[in-house]
Every structure is written in structure tokens, then in C-alpha cells.
Design a protein around this ligand. Structure first.
Ligand code: ASP
Length: 456
């Protein structure tokens, strides 16, 4: 097993070391040949002779050599190992590379997205992207630690499931055992997490994958994304907002990422519209935008319903939300609909909506009223949400939750222009997967088993 990362060689002056990695670059001065050896930790300069003759950039090598202090005038302050270099004693090529289809020693922004994603495994060799992967891993670890400390259970919920509406189209998966029937991939774990509250779990979280077939938009990842999904019983709006904020303060402190204001400012939807013209806004000054300060804020008191094009009503955020307590009577009587305010809270950061949640309707009457206002018939309600209405009728505790989007939050922290820079294997904007060739046709045998005919 590899025992030493390149970066650790600075502590090995005078010692012989064995290193594994990639040839990052080669400078051939005939008698002396220098290479920079790269691994995930960084690069180090290695001095060799004709031993290095056959090496080309991106070959995978093993090298044994002596770590030496560089003379003062040759120190390179730009790299962590700039004070040393390694005198090669022996080198083995573990795997020779073909010429790469794209450069990996630039920051990569200049390269066409299709090419980057087709060769994502090479694209990820860029130190910038490795750094983003490492940040993502650390970030999720700190979030986990926070919630486990607070007695939350981390629970997985199904991926093959029934539709759960979050305002997008579903991805559907045909069933072989029941031809003509389909699973839907969850737009969020919303219903399952509420059912966990009815099960008596009281505090749940999950680093959850969600699937939404939305029209591609520059500020969204197409197809799937990751959110910190959480739900708690016996809470009010302010409790969920507080624990979310406490988590962010702790995690960002540990990552040494500055927060603009603590506690986070709270705006009503009306105030936000008057002040910023939108319910997501950037509180940073122009100066602050040059730093990586994170300006969080909350938006509350949203209207529950909005008019549809056909003159009916639909939910603005989440059909499972409860109204603010003072509007519950109106909701149950289905009156004053335009003025009903929901218990929804949205989290905003640096101009983006980075998450939202609400206190839920925990009585079947409340939830039913929402669907009735939306114009669903008794049968439709029963068919789509009968299981929820029934579950809510068996002693459901008051509960609420939230789901901050991990990809967006990381994009803000990393100061990246796009979500794709922090998602390991994002889809192209046209909805094709990185590296692998999906979507792709199913075989005739598969289609037959599923009872599906493709219309020409
Ligand atoms: N289910 C919501 C979403 O995915 C979040 C929540 O209300 O907890 O946006």
C-alpha cells in the first residue's frame, strides 16, 4: 500500500522515500530531467537522468528517491513542497498513458462542458475539482456529526416509489412484475420523512438524493441533486429554523468560512418583494462579493396558494405544509384562500434559495382541505394521497422539517460559477450522464418483458 502522500515529503528531508503518482510535467535538459510528480495532495519536483527519458505527462509511476533540501535560491514558494526536491534512485512505470483528450493541469473552465463530462474521470484530476470533492466530503461529515450529536437518526428512504409532488415532473421507472405500471423516483423524501414522524422517530435526517425532471436551467442541476433532508416532531417554525441555523454556524465555523450576519436576518415574503423585488436576494456588498463570505437570510410568511393558468389554485411551495396557526380555521373552511399564509420558511444565501421547509399539516382534515382547494376530486385525493391521509389519522404528532440543498451551498462556499463544479458526476445541460451513455435505448428483450412498445 502507498504509505506517503507527495505533500508529506517536506517532513522527510535526508530520508529515502517511495512515492506513487502521476507525472504532472517533465522538463528535459538532456543530462538532467525534472518531473513534477502529482498525487491528490499536490506536486513535488523530482530530479532524474536518462531514467526519466521514457516518461510522459500523466504516466503512472513509482519512484524511490532521496528527499533533499533545495538551495535557498531555488526554493519555489508557490508549491507546498517548494523547499525540497527528490533525487530519483529508481523509477518504474506502472501504466503508460495515451495522450489525453483534454488538459488536466489548467483550471478547466475554458473547456467545452460535453468534453469535460465525457472524460469526467480525467477532468476530476484537476486540483481544483479534487479540492471541491474533498470539501464536499468534509461538509457532509460535519453536518452528520452535528445532527448525530443532537440525537437525530440518519435513515434511508426508498428511491423506487410513488410520486411525491414538489412541483416538477417525475422520472418514472417501468415495472416488470406489473407491466403497464410505473415507479416514480422521489422528488424528495417528503412523505417518507413525515411517515417516520408518525412512526415515532421524532428526529430524522438524511443526505438524500432527489430526482426532478425539470427543464434545464442555468442555476439548477438537471435530473438529480442532494439535499440535507430533516424532520422533527413537536416543533414550531422557529425551532426548525433555529436548529438549521445552529448547524450552519457550527459547520461554517469549523470550515473557517465567514458568515455575514448572525443570527440570520428574517424577512417576510412581502418585505422581501418590496426591498429586493424577489424572494431570493444577495445581501453582500460589492466588496464582500470578492471574498467568500456567506450571507444567509430567512424568508417567511409566504402565501400558501397561487392562481393557476386555468383559474384554479395550486400550492406555492409544498402541499404538505400547514398554514400559519391563525389561518388554520380559514384553511379548513376553504375561505380567504388568496390571503392564507403558509408556515413555509425559505433559506437564502448569496442570491440563491438554498433550502426550504415548513410545519406540516398533521391532521387529515388539514391536508385534505389543501387538496380540495387545489381542485382534486375525492377519488383523486384517495388515489394519490389516501395513504397519507390514513397515516395522519393514527396519532400523527405535530411535526416540521426543512431541506437545504447541499450542491448549491457548496457552490456558494467554493465560489464556483456552476453546480456542476461541486457534483462529482453531473449531467450535461441536455440531460446526458457523465462518462456513461445514458439515456440509451432498452433492448427489445427488456421492452418485451416490460410490456412496452416505443411509438415511432
Ligand atoms: N420537501 C421539501 C423539498 O424537498 C423540503 C421540506 O419541506 O422539508 O424542497
Amino acid at each position: 500500500m502507498k504509505k506517503l502522500f507527495v505533500e508529506e515529503t517536506v517532513n522527510k528531508i535526508g530520508k529515502e522515500v517511495e512515492l506513487y503518482g502521476w507525472v504532472d510535467s517533465k522538463r528535459d535538459h538532456k543530462k538532467i530531467i525534472f518531473i513534477d510528480l502529482r498525487d491528490r495532495s499536490g506536486i513535488v519536483q523530482i530530479v532524474g537522468d536518462e531514467k526519466f527519458k521514457d516518461l510522459t505527462s500523466e504516466d503512472v509511476v513509482w519512484i524511490r528517491g532521496l528527499v533533499k533540501k533545495r538551495p535557498e535560491n531555488l526554493v519555489n514558494p508557490k508549491i507546498k513542497t517548494g523547499k525540497i526536491e527528490i533525487e530519483a534512485k529508481e523509477v518504474k512505470i506502472l501504466n503508460k498513458t495515451k495522450p489525453l483528450p483534454l488538459p488536466v493541469n489548467t483550471d478547466g473552465y475554458e473547456i467545452n462542458e460535453e468534453v469535460r463530462l465525457k472524460y469526467r474521470y480525467l477532468d476530476l484530476r484537476r486540483p481544483r475539482l479534487y479540492k471541491n470533492l474533498a470539501l464536499r466530503s468534509k461538509y457532509i461529515d460535519l453536518i452528520r456529526q452535528f445532527f448525530l450529536k443532537k440525537d437525530f437518526l440518519e435513515i434511508e428512504t426508498p428511491i423506487l416509489s410513488e410520486t411525491t409532488p414538489e412541483g416538477a415532473r417525475d422520472f418514472i421507472v417501468p415495472s416488470r412484475l406489473q407491466p403497464g405500471n410505473f415507479y416514480a423516483l422521489p422528488q424528495s423524501p417528503q412523505q417518507y420523512k413525515q411517515l417516520l414522524m408518525i412512526a415515532g422517530v421524532e428526529r430524522y435526517f438524511q443526505i438524500a438524493r432527489c430526482f426532478r425532471d425539470e427543464d434545464p436551467r442555468a442555476d439548477r442541476a438537471y435530473g438529480e441533486f442532494t439535499q440535507l433532508d430533516l424532520e422533527m416532531s413537536f416543533v414550531e417554525r422557529e425551532d426548525v429554523m433555529k436548529i438549521t441555523e445552529d448547524m450552519i454556524v457550527e459547520v461554517y465555523e469549523k470550515l473557517q468560512i465567514p458568515l455575514q450576519k448572525k443570527p440570520f436576518p428574517v424577512f417576510s415574503y412581502k418585505e422581501a418583494i418590496v426591498k429586493f423585488g424577489a424572494d431570493k436576494f444577495d445581501l453582500r456588498t460589492e466588496e464582500e462579493k470578492k471574498t467568500n463570505i456567506q450571507a444567509f437570510a430567512w424568508v417567511v410568511d409566504f402565501p400558501f396558494f397561487e392562481k393557476t393558468g386555468e383559474g384554479g389554485w395550486t400550492f406555492t411551495h409544498n402541499p404538505f405544509s400547514a398554514p400559519l396557526p391563525q389561518y388554520m380555521k380559514d384553511l379548513l373552511q376553504k375561505k380567504n384562500i388568496a390571503n392564507l399564509l403558509t408556515s413555509q420558511y425559505d433559506l437564502v444565501c448569496n442570491g440563491y434559495e438554498v433550502g426550504g421547509g415548513s410545519i406540516r399539516n398533521h391532521t387529515p382534515e388539514g391536508l385534505r382541505a389543501v387538496f380540495e382547494i387545489m381542485g382534486l376530486s375525492r377519488d383523486e385525493i384517495e388515489l394519490k394521497f389516501g395513504h397519507m391521509l390514513e397515516a395522519l389519522s393514527y396519532g400523527a404528532p405535530p411535526h416540521g422539517g426543512i431541506a437545504p440543498g447541499i450542491d448549491r451551498l457548496l457552490t456558494c462556499i467554493a465560489g464556483e460559477p456552476s453546480l456542476r463544479e461541486v457534483i462529482p458526476y453531473p449531467m450535461t445541460s441536455g440531460g446526458r450522464t457523465s462518462v456513461m451513455n445514458a439515456p440509451s435505448p432498452a433492448s427489445d428483450k427488456q421492452l418485451k418483458e416490460l410490456g412496452i412498445k416505443i411509438a415511432k
